[in-house]
Design a protein around this ligand. Structure first.
Ligand SMILES: *Cc1c(COP(=O)(O)O)cnc(C)c1O
Length: 382
């Protein structure tokens, strides 16, 4: 099956008991057994397994061309499960362009459990090579990254990780499975915040992990069940509803974002624009090679005039909502230094390439002419 068909059909077969064309929300916490220790239809207790969640897990696995999928209560719950593969004394090597919550999670693991983590610039593979330790267990990257929109060479990094006996984890949230399938490029584990493009409507919190490795799947399933970090059946159903239009939405996100990025690049009050679809992007050629259909809906810009000007820009839009998060139908604008990346020190932010004049845009699905006019009027008051 091709992507658009999988988005609508995989994991979303008509319900075998009733024929309902939409997978029902199974709210039962427990399932009747025919004899002691014998399950009637394979289901036992809803933390361990639920038919609505199982549909979602099959759907996301299919979209990532993966053997195994697991759904979690949030992107961070998915990250907690994946990082539980690492023991005290082992090491996580991460890109310095990383989601703020991941940065906080790794700090917690370091301080509380003695799990080492270091960050380096993954656009320079010789630095990555030097950053491995004999204990490196996981290599953890995002591409495109949040909020800097750096694009990393998944195939080359997978090769490097495997040479050092480490696993490559790719956070594929910004691209969505429609634009990129990291497992095909050599990644061992792919994770998503389904809160973003996969859910797509800013109405749920969720996460997912996919892999082709049966042993990793068994471990991650155990963590999902032991931590109890499962999504509710209702959230699984909402996520499946979002997935049915993922390919259609991503096409429109890409188209709108390209037009907005081109507009911003030509605006005199904008110092720089980072969008992987623009030839000015430092990894534009790699993005063209590695991604398909387009370059997603996220844009970062630097506003002339520094922090004050950037904050005025964020506060001056009327259609773009000033809010955290991304990937929904509605356009959002945010100021990473005081929002998503506020937990970093000024020095950490500078090192990670998050200057004080940075603004992040999640370009939604509204009419693009209205979006451009909105940004134009907001920039007039900057
Ligand atoms: C939002 C996000 C997360 C965390 O996901 P939650 O669903 O908010 O827990 C992880 N990685 C990236 C890239 C994100 O944007």
């Amino acid at each position: 099956m091709r992507f658009g068909t999988k988005a609508i059909r995989a994991g979303q077969e008509p319900d075998p008991t009733t024929g309902a064309v939409v997978l029902p929300i199974y709210m039962a916490s427990t399932y009747v057994q025919s004899q002691v220790g014998e399950l009637k239809a394979g289901w036992e207790y809803a933390r361990s397994g639920n038919p609505t969640r199982a549909g979602l897990e099959r759907s996301i696995a299919a979209l990532e061309d993966a053997q195994y999928g697991l759904a979690f209560a949030s992107g961070m719950a998915a990250e907690t499960a994946v990082s539980s593969l690492v023991r005290t004394g082992e090491h996580i090597l991460a890109t310095k362009d990383i989601y703020g919550g991941t940065f906080r999670l790794f700090r917690h693991l370091r301080e509380k459990y003695g799990i080492e983590s270091t960050y380096t610039d993954f656009t320079d593979l010789s630095r990555v090579e030097e950053a491995f330790t004999p204990n490196t267990r996981l290599v953890w990257i995002e591409t495109p990254s949040n909020p800097t929109l750096v694009v990393l060479d998944i195939a080359a990094i997978a090769e490097l990780a495997h040479r050092h006996n480490a696993l490559l984890v790719v956070d594929n949230t910004f691209a969505s499975p429609y634009l990129q399938n990291p497992l095909q490029l050599g990644a061992d584990i792919v994770l998503h915040s389904t809160t973003k493009y996969i859910g797509g409507h800013s109405d749920l919190i969720g996460g997912a992990v996919v892999t082709n490795d049966a042993e990793l799947y068994e471990k991650l399933y155990r963590y999902q069940n032991d931590f109890g970090s499962v999504p509710s059946p209702f959230d699984c159903w909402l996520t499946l509803r979002g997935i049915r239009t993922l390919h259609v939405r991503m096409e429109a996100h890409c188209r709108n974002a390209m037009a907005v990025a081109q507009f911003l690049e030509s605006h005199p009050k904008i110092e720089w624009v980072r969008y992987p679809g623009l030839p000015s992007h430092p990894q534009h050629e790699l993005a063209r090679k590695q991604m398909r259909h387009g370059f997603s809906g996220m844009i970062a810009v630097g506003v002339k005039g520094g922090a004050k000007a950037a904050q005025r820009f964020c506060e001056g839009t009327k259609i773009f909502n000033l809010a955290e998060s991304l990937g929904g139908a509605e356009s959002l604008i945010g100021y990473p230094p005081k929002m998503s990346h506020a937990s970093m020190s000024a020095e950490e932010r500078a090192w990670c390439g998050i200057p004080d004049n940075m603004v992040r845009l999640s370009v939604g699905l509204e009419d693009v002419n209205d979006l451009v006019e909105d940004l134009q009027q907001a920039l007039e008051s900057v």
